[in-house]
Design a protein around this ligand. Sequence first.
Ligand SMILES: O=C(O)CCC(=O)C(=O)O
Ligand SMILES: [Fe+2]
Length: 205
Amino acid sequence: MDLFTRTDDPRRNLLPEDGVVEYHGPILSHADADNYFELLLNDIEWRHDEAVIFGKRITTKRQVAWYADEAFSYTYSNTTKTALPWSPMLRDLKSIVETACGETFNSCLLNLYRDGSEGMAWHSDAEKDLVRNGTIGSMSFGAERKFAFKHKQTKATVSQILEHGSLLTMKGTTQTHWLHSVPKTKKVMSPRINLTFRKIRQPNV
Ligand SMILES: O=C(O)CCC(=O)C(=O)O
Ligand SMILES: [Fe+2]
């Protein structure tokens, strides 16, 4: 992918209504993206995620990690997680994403999908611990995967392929009105890493 001839316009909203999703395309050179991918694979404290579904504790195939400004605890999928402190590499990526989207973030959830047999089911990121209508900045590395949106009422769908080193932002009322997912696929044989930078509500805010 040649960074300089691409035509993605990050100001173009991918959603027809009720939210704003912008795809910036790759924001890193291919070589930088390759470097970060290797560092992320090796240096992040990857763990299988735990969730409680219909009262049953399950462990996901996908691996996750959560980093933040402080040892915040954060509840999703009915389990409470405690954040690890930023590493220098994650601080670099956070500041790259902050500059690209003109926002600040205080936490990052990372996902490692070993191949296309691992995905993420339909959900929205509107947990009570997140700042309401806060922007989410999503960076992807490794295998290209489809990222899909489905409107909660109309069931309209929109999707975007997320490239190596790319940034996608979800803003405004997107999480209120739309679900998103990473569908499983038999076509992808290699790993992908995704980082979602978020803003957690600070205690007393
Ligand atoms: O892997 C992705 O692109 C999306 C991850 C996601 O939706 C999440 O972590 O909430
Ligand atoms: Fe999400």
